[in-house]
Structures are given as structure tokens and as C-alpha cells.
Design a protein around this ligand. Sequence first.
Ligand code: CA
Ligand code: CA
Length: 136
Amino acid sequence: MFDTTNVVIYQDNNANGVVDAGDNVITYLDEVAPDTTRNILVVSDIPSSQINGQVAGIVLTAQAAAGGGAGSQGAVLTATAGANTAGIDNVLADGAGATDAANDGKSSVKGDYTVLAPVLSPARMIFTASSGCALA
Ligand SMILES: [Ca+2]
Ligand SMILES: [Ca+2]
């Protein structure tokens, strides 16, 4: 196991699975409409000291937050405690994810980076120059 460095999250605006000029760095998803999805990309640097087969785990957790303020992150939503109230109740009905519990307003997934470095074998190439052979 190892840790990646320089973790950056992009919103993949054209949903092509790669970072393009039109994709922007994000720290939260702004104003996600109900029942819609956004594509994101997690990009990290892998230290060059890593060897073949080493793994770095990544956990990505989404947290439900209040909407209505485009361009700023809303307050974290929490479930209304107790029985039905006379006002507006927050009811969180999310499932349990990789590291979060059911009904906690979070959804988490795990991924990993596995180093797959090519294995190079030393080889020797012998060139013999003889008269009349031009070397560039
Ligand atoms: Ca893209
Ligand atoms: Ca959850």
C-alpha cells in the first residue's frame, strides 16, 4: 500500500472519462438536480518509487447538502430527529456505502490505483562497424 499525492477532482463535463480543457476542478458538486448524475474524475500523482503490484486505495464520499445557492456549497443536510413534525422534515433514505452507513446522507465508493510497471530485461545489442559502413 502507498499514498498518492496531489489528488485533484474534476467534473467531467463532457463525460468522456478523461480530463479535457472544459473540465473544471471541483471541491463540491454545485446544485445537483434530483435524480440526475454528474461525472467526476479523481486524478492523483503516483510516486515514482512505487513498484509493480503496489496498490493505493481511494475512497470518494458524497455528502448531501442543501441546494438553492448556485456557486456556493450548501449546508450539510441531517435527518430530522424523532417523529413527524409540523414543519418540513429531512428524511435521508440513502443506502450504506463503502465506508458510510444507511440513512446518513452520505454515499461512498472505493477504488484503487494499482501500479503496473513494465518489467524490462537488460539486453545487449552489438553493432559491428566495418569499412564502408556509414554511421549516422
Ligand atoms: Ca472530459
Ligand atoms: Ca449512506
